[in-house]
Design a protein around this ligand. Structure first.
Ligand code: ZN
Length: 395
């Protein structure tokens, strides 16, 4: 096994071009093959890492990883599935969003374990920036430079679980340039959805069918939303990439794991004339929406990734984030733990199904559905055993 003892605080930061784990831009199918080969090579190492099942710690006692306490947001369209399906203790009323991994000021998660317990993620990002240095990186950056960089550039990703009991507004998000100019220097919002659950017959709105602002506006004013919107069926396990400028709406009866930029800028086009408990409508942002919609963009497609085989499946890779689905079966991981190599400043991990154990730097921790954690760059390897599914992302 590799030694991590010699890592100094001036270790390099990986660049965007670094490879992701053992796999990079393959399709889910080829990534699977590569990953299996990788697992073969790592066999001795892996079995060495998972021998001690008697020493499994609860996550509260873990020291190497940052487990986060989710933050819940009431929404007009929310439900109770975050309690009934995921087992969270949630506030009363319609709860729409669980901000599971977030350092955004509108929901800055608290660390639940280890030396940083009680701190907000944004604080750890700024004050313990050396945690997010991966020794695999090529460039050397001093601790001071890195701290300064983290002051200026916030933690870039946000992971949410959405319980859409009712439909969300028809909306669009700006890109980085528009948000920086019009939204106080905020990041834009690129997002993607892994569908956790969908009632039979559910649909989703992704993209719009007009070709110009004028055409869009004319149909919108006529209330002809069905002529504008691209509405398609969906099922659990589907995956959608939503670029800035894409009109979209999650509809009722759907649960989604969303990986997105750390941004809370939404422009609402239409909210079905709904009112809240006080009888108030939520504001619309027609002007900003019309300036933001990308009328030339092709309609996004659904991905139906084949996740039936165990292993790591690439769901999406773009300039902002890379997202994987990791699927493990008990039978498979009994023989060998599944090893994920980290070559990034950090990984965001969410257990979306099942339970198991995970080893990071000699420390073995029990994890289960509903757990969300960050693997800092300093932790170069994670090994997993159990019957579970995770969504994993990195910048
Ligand atoms: Zn959105």
């Amino acid at each position: 096994m590799k030694s991590f003892e010699n890592q100094t605080e001036t270790s390099p930061i990986p660049t965007q071009s670094q490879t992701a784990f053992a796999v990079q831009t393959q399709t889910a199918a080829s990534a699977q093959t590569k990953t299996q080969n990788q697992t073969e090579q790592d066999r001795s190492q892996a079995s060495e890492m998972v021998t001690d099942r008697t020493n499994v710690k609860p996550k509260e006692q873990a020291n190497e990883l940052l487990f986060l306490t989710p933050i819940f947001h009431e929404k007009i369209w929310g439900g109770r599935d975050l309690e009934t399906n995921f087992g969270y203790t949630v506030p009363d009323g319609p709860v729409g969003e669980c901000w599971a991994i977030s350092a955004h000021p509108n929901g800055d998660c608290i660390i639940a374990n280890g030396p940083y317990k009680g701190m907000r993620l944004s604080e750890v990002w700024k004050k313990a920036s050396q945690l997010f240095v991966n020794p695999q990186g090529a460039e050397s950056v001093s601790t001071e430079e890195l701290a300064l960089q983290h002051q200026k550039e916030p933690f870039p990703l946000l992971v949410k679980i959405i319980d859409a009991h009712e439909k969300l507004s028809i909306q669009v998000h700006p890109d980085d340039a528009y948000a920086a100019k019009h939204e106080n220097g905020s990041l834009g919002k690129r997002e993607c959805w892994y569908i956790l659950a969908a009632e039979p017959g559910s649909t989703i709105i992704v993209g719009q069918k007009t070709h110009s602002k004028e055409e869009f506006q004319r149909l919108m004013e006529a209330g002809a939303w069905h002529e504008i919107l691209n509405e398609i069926p969906l099922a659990a396990g589907d995956f959608f990439q939503i670029d800035p400028g894409t009109v979209h709406a999650i509809k009722g009866g759907t649960m989604v794991l969303e990986t997105q930029q750390s941004s809370d800028v939404t422009y609402r086009l239409y909210d079905y004339d709904r009112v809240d408990a006080e009888g108030k409508k939520r504001p619309l942002h027609i002007q900003q929406s019309l300036e933001t919609i990308d009328f030339a963009a092709p309609i996004p497609t659904t991905a139906h990734p084949d996740l039936s085989k165990p292993g790591l499946h690439l769901l999406e890779k773009n300039e902002t984030y890379t997202v994987y689905h990791l699927s493990l079966s008990e039978a498979d991981s009994e023989k060998n733990a599944f090893v994920v190599h980290n070559e990034h400043p950090f990984l965001c991990l969410s257990v979306i199904e099942g339970e198991g154990i995970m080893t990071a730097k000699e420390e073995t921790v029990a994890i289960k559905k509903g757990d969300h954690f960050i693997c800092p760059g300093l932790v170069e390897e994670l090994s997993f055993s159990g019957a579970m599914q995770l969504i994993i992302s990195h910048p």
